[in-house]
Design a binder for this molecule. Structure first.
Ligand SMILES: C[S@@+](CC[C@H](N)C(=O)[O-])C[C@H]1O[C@@H](n2cnc3c(N)ncnc32)[C@H](O)[C@@H]1O
Length: 308
């Protein structure tokens, strides 16, 4: 006869939510992770498929063995340095949830300034109640990664048509899935391309070109957090030995592809503004502006295409 008491013991839930969370935070703190409590919560929400409010409303809810195992295996990977977003498979950007994998850069909050500047300078400001641009604007996103910039812009400008390019076919697959998830796939063409050089597109085609290109220098690699260096794609991080190498060809190609008066919006690295400003000279470029991020660091450079 099966021993029902030991089967029951095996199946017995082994911890409640409060104890599991406490133990997970302790494990992450032992590895000196700066946001141990937040990470432990996020991973518990993912393991349980519940939101934060539910978790705090049910501290005594017992975890079954499978959930507990799933949770503590994520905690172990996080303690080993894997980004939370690679464990949950998600990152929020511009109020939308994006799938992320190790094939794409995890969208960063400061990149939202690219969207803000683009919308503001197109007269379609992000503030609630501001007008939307409802005509068909032609937009290019160079280095689309997860597709976060292209998809956010597609959502804000409902008649826009977007070409989103990347050198990484694996990144483009993630971006395509994100576009389907957000219902904008029919308005975005995803194209594998090295910068914009071999695109079969006539000059003076786009109203807006945006890019968050890789801009970290190889010389700085050792200064990056290992979580970034070891887990995010090299092609998304490094722009060359100095880091700024892609801006010159990118700006030259944008000058060709933008309409007269068309807008270029570029994210830049912490020490790149002088270099990039030097590439945006009159008469090819006009109305050049630098936007700082919330930390006061120059983060976005924008400019209008001048007369040809
Ligand atoms: C910094 S990531 C930006 C990803 C996304 N746009 C974002 O803001 O989160 C740069 C992206 O550019 C792509 N990339 C790098 N070099 C490229 C090149 N020469 N041509 C096209 N794409 C490139 C990378 O694969 C990566 O997806």
């Amino acid at each position: 006869m099966p021993d029902s008491s030991s089967a029951a013991a095996r199946n017995k839930p082994i911890a409640d939510i409060r104890a599991a969370l406490r133990e997970a935070i302790a494990q992450l703190e032992r590895r000196h992770l700066p946001a141990a409590a937040k990470d432990a919560e996020l991973l518990l929400m993912c393991a349980l498929g519940r939101d934060r409010a539910w978790i705090y409303a049910h501290p005594e809810q017992e975890l079954d063995a499978a959930t507990r195992e799933r949770y503590f295996s994520m905690i172990a990977r996080r303690a080993g340095g894997a980004p939370v977003q690679h464990l949950t498979g998600q990152q929020e950007f511009w109020g939308l949830d994006f799938e992320v994998t190790p094939d794409v850069l995890i969208p960063r909050p400061e990149t939202e300034h690219v969207i803000e500047v683009a919308l503001e300078r197109l007269g379609a400001g992000p503030a609630a109640g501001s007008p939307r641009r409802t005509e068909e604007l032609r937009i290019m996103d160079m280095g689309t990664g997860s597709g976060c910039i292209a998809i956010a812009l597609a959502g804000e400008m409902p008649a826009s048509r977007i070409v989103a390019i990347d050198i990484s076919p694996a990144a483009l697959e993630v971006a395509r899935r994100n576009a389907r998830r957000h219902g904008v796939a029919s308005r975005i063409d995803f194209v594998k391309c090295n910068l914009m050089e071999s695109l079969p597109i006539l000059p003076a085609h786009f109203d807006l070109i945006v890019s968050n290109p890789p801009y970290i220098g190889r010389w700085e690699a050792a200064t990056l957090a290992s979580e970034v260096r070891e887990h995010e794609p090299e092609s998304a991080l490094f722009g060359g030995n100095k880091g700024t190498e892609l801006y010159a060809p990118l700006i030259a190609q944008a000058a060709l592809l933008l309409k007269f008066g068309g807008l270029l919006v570029l994210e830049i690295g912490h020490a790149s503004s002088e270099h990039v400003l030097g590439l945006l000279a009159a008469p090819a470029w006009a109305d050049v502006a630098v936007t700082n991020d919330l930390a006061g660091i120059p983060r976005v450079i924008s400019a209008r295409r001048g007369p040809r």
